[in-house]
Ligand binder design. Sequence first.
Ligand code: SF4
Length: 339
Amino acid sequence: MTQINFAAEPRHDWTLPQVEALFDLPFMELVFDAASVHRAAGFDPSEVQLSQLLSVKTGGCAENCGYCSQSAHFKTGLKAEKLMDADVVIAKAREARDGGAQRFCMGAAWRELKDRDLPRLAAMIGGVKALGLETCATLGMLTPDQARQLKDAGLDYYNHNLDTGPEYYGDVVTTRTYQDRLDTLAHVRDAGMSTCCGGIVGMGETRRDRASLLRQLANLPSHPDSLPINGLVPVSGTPLGDKVLKAGQIDSIEFVRTVAVARIVCPKSMVRLSAGRDDMSRELQALCFLAGANSIFVGGKLLTTPLPGQDEDSALFQDLDLRPMGVAKAVAPESVAAA
Ligand code: SF4
């Protein structure tokens, strides 16, 4: 039996059998243990962080991630767009802040960042930060120097997902290696930025692959500050989307198990429900919060896939007695409309 560390001191020496043993725990025990770790790590279980993500450059990506509507390798009908002007992005960030978001993430569908785009990105990041928001970006692979320049521009977080465990990785993408991803994460850490790193479940992987992903995340030199768990939103025309549309989506209880294990192996990370939340029932989301998820994306859209709208999130928060992280307890529930 894997010993769970309820003192919530981060470990970096997980073995695959240990993580698989967590997945195999009786469901009630697993969720109870994850909820206990959530509290022991110092989180208030009534608080959920709100982040908003804007696609600042959509489509036409040179990578072949088999789930992605933005890859130029697949015919999904998505129209490619150029990098947005900084002023437009800053105006969207202001709306997000006024709607209650704490963090604003800027996503570009690129294989890697090009130096020529750095000045415009620096203007965006500086403008968003000046609004009092935490800044995050996901721009593909980075060199060490680019990571330093983004940090100097005011970037707090950099998102770069591992997507899946190394064993299933070759079934997901072949145009960049697992090591490429680990290298970019190292450059981000070395530049002094916080990392946002997670993966996608429901791509046809096995439970062992999910355990392997979480083991990789837990054994990084420092745990991701944010750990997004995405449920695949199958997009017709993408190889993994078509596969899942035929075979069916991941079982929802297995999704909750994944969230719970993420909470246990990365006790202090913000475990974020990301893509796929629009397909989840309110009850499933409640179970995920119980199992230690404490962050969500809001705003009706996540890059190119839908999210619940503000009214739905507001009602969910009210019914579950949740509040946006950073908002005082005395605030009336209506203010979650801001969520
Ligand atoms: S997931 Fe990102 S890197 Fe992969 S194809 Fe989509 S936009 Fe490109």
